[in-house]
Design a protein around this ligand. Structure first.
Ligand code: NAD
Ligand code: UDP
Ligand code: UDP
Length: 338
C-alpha cells in the first residue's frame, strides 16, 4: 500500500491499511535516508523489529544492498534508489536523515549535506512531520574545549580539506534550525561521535575499520602521525538507541551521542591487537591535514534529558564486529555497492 511518489497534502494519521505496531501504538511510516549504510541499516533493523514501516532512500554511494538484504520481501520494508540532492515526494510520519558521504575519502565529492538536507526539510515541512538530522562531532573541528559540550561553537578551518564535511554538517544544522524556527518543523539534531560495528565500510579509511581489516589480512596497522591523537569510540547499537530516544523525546538538541571512553590511536591499536591477533604490528604514516588532536563527548545533556548513555565499551564492542569483517574479507566483498 505504498504511497511513494504520490503528492498532495496529507494528514499523518490517515494511512489506509495501517497495522498495529504493538499494544497501544499505531505503526509509523518512517523514512531513513542513507538507510543502506552502516548506521542507517542498524537503525532500520530496530524500527522494523519494533513494528514500524520503513522506506529507505539511498543512492548506494557508500551503502550496500547487502546491509538490507535480510529485509527484502518484508511487506513493511521498501528501498528506493534515489539521490537526496534531487527532490522527492513521499507521505510519511517521521524522517531520519542520515544520507551523507561520511568518511574523509568520500565526503568531498558531493553537496549532499546542503541540498539533501534542504530537500528532506522541505519534505518534512510539506507533510508536517518530525525530522532528525545526524550531524557530527566534526562540527567542533579541532576543539579548543575538552571534552566537548553542545554549547561549544567549534574550531573549524573553513577552507581546509575536511571543511566540505565539517562546514556541510554545520550548514545542515543551520538549515534544520531555520526550518524549525521559520516553518515550525519539529526537528531533532544528533551530533554523532566516532562509531563502529558490523557493516562498517571496509574501504573508507576510518581508523577502526582500517585496523580491524589490516589485522585480519595480516597487514600492519597504519597509525597516522605519532598516534597520540585521541578519539572516543561508540558501538553502533548504543548510537541507534540514542537516535531513537532523541526522535521520540521532546528536546530539539543538539545532543552529543558518543561514548566518553577516550583512546589514543596507539591504545586503539593495542585493543585491536589483543582482540584479534597478538602478533599484529603497527606502521607509522604521515597524518592528514587538520586532523583533530583530541575528541571526547560530554554526554551529560543526553543522560539528563534523553535518559540515554552508551552501554558497550570498546573492549566489549570490538569483538562483535570481527566475524562480520572476517566473512566479508574472506568473500572478497570489499564493501562496494551492488
Ligand atoms: P555510511 O557511508 O555507511 O552511510 C551513508 C549512507 O548515505 C550510504 O548508504 C550512502 O550510500 C548514502 N548516501 C550518500 N549520499 C547520498 C545521496 N546523495 N543520496 C542518497 N543516499 C546517499 O556512513 P554512516 O557511518 O552510516 O553515517 C551515517 C550518518 O551518520 C551520516 O550522516 C554521518 O555523517 C553520520 N555520522 C557517522 C559517524 C560514524 O562514525 N559512523 C560519525 C559522525 C556522524
Ligand atoms: N521538497 C522535496 N519534497 C517535498 C517537498 C519539498 O523534495 O515533499 C524539496 C523542494 O523541491 C525544495 C526543498 O525541498 O527543493 C525545500 O522545499 P521548501 O518547500 O522548503 O522550499 P521552496 O520550494 O519553497 O523553496
Ligand atoms: N587514523 C589512523 N590510521 C588510519 C586511519 C585513521 O591513525 O588508518 C587516525 C586519523 O589520523 C585520526 C583518527 O585515526 O586521528 C580517527 O580517524 P577517522 O577517519 O576514523 O575519524 P575522524 O578523523 O573523522 O574522527
Amino acid at each position: 500500500d505504498s504511497s511513494s511518489g504520490s503528492s498532495g497534502f496529507f494528514s499523518k494519521r490517515t494511512f489506509p491499511g495501517r497495522v498495529p505496531a504493538g499494544i497501544g501504538r499505531k505503526s509509523l511510516r518512517i523514512v531513513v535516508t542513507g538507510g543502506a549504510g552502516f548506521v542507517g541499516s542498524h537503525l532500520v533493523d530496530k524500527l522494523i523489529s519494533r513494528g514500524d514501516e520503513v522506506i529507505v532512500i539511498d543512492n548506494f554511494f557508500t551503502g550496500r544492498k547487502e546491509n538490507l538484504v535480510h529485509l527484502f520481501g518484508n511487506p513493511r520494508f521498501e528501498l528506493i534508489r534515489h539521490d537526496v540532492v534531487e527532490p522527492i515526494l513521499l507521505e510519511v510520519d517521521q524522517i531520519y536523515h542520515l544520507a551523507c558521504p561520511a568518511s574523509p575519502v568520500h565526503y568531498k565529492y558531493n553537496p549532499t549535506n546542503v541540498m539533501g538536507t534542504l530537500n528532506m526539510l522541505g519534505l518534512a515541512k510539506r507533510v508536517g512531520v518530525r525530522f532528525l538530522l545526524t550531524s557530527t562531532s566534526e562540527v567542533y573541528g579541532d576543539p579548543l574545549e575538552h571534552p566537548q559540550k553542545e554549547t561549544y561553537w567549534g574550531n573549524v578551518n573553513p577552507i581546509g580539506e575536511r571543511s566540505c564535511y565539517d562546514e556541510g554538517k554545520r550548514t545542515a544544522e543551520t538549515l534544520t534550525m531555520d526550518y524549525h524556527r521559520g516553518a515550525d518543523v519539529e526537528v531533532r539534531i544528533a551530533r554523532i561521535f566516532n562509531t563502529y560495528g558490523p557493516r562498517m565500510c571496509l574501504d573508507d579509511g576510518r581508523v577502526v575499520s582500517n585496523f580491524v581489516a589490516q589485522v585480519i589480512r595480516k597487514q600492519p596497522m597504519t597509525v597516522y602521525g605519532d598516534g597520540k591523537q585521541t578519539r572516543s569510540f561508540q558501538y553502533v547499537s548504543d548510537l541507534v538507541d540514542g537516535l531513537v530516544a532523541l526522535m521520540e523525546g521532546e528536546h530539539v538538541g543538539p545532543f552529543n551521542l558518543g561514548n566518553p571512553g577516550e583512546f589514543t590511536m596507539l591504545e586503539l591499536a593495542e585493543v585491536v591487537k589483543e582482540t584479534i591477533d597478538s602478533s599484529a604490528t603497527i606502521e607509522f604514516k604521515p597524518n592528514t591535514a587538520d586532523d583533530p588532536h583530541k575528541r571526547k563527548p560530554d554526554i551529560s545533556k543526553a543522560k539528563e534529558l534523553l535518559n540515554w548513555e552508551p552501554r558497550i565499551s570498546l573492549r566489549e564492542g570490538l569483538p562483535l564486529m570481527v566475524n562480520d569483517f572476517r566473512n566479508r574479507i574472506l568473500n572478497g566483498d570489499e564493501g562496494k555497492g551492488l
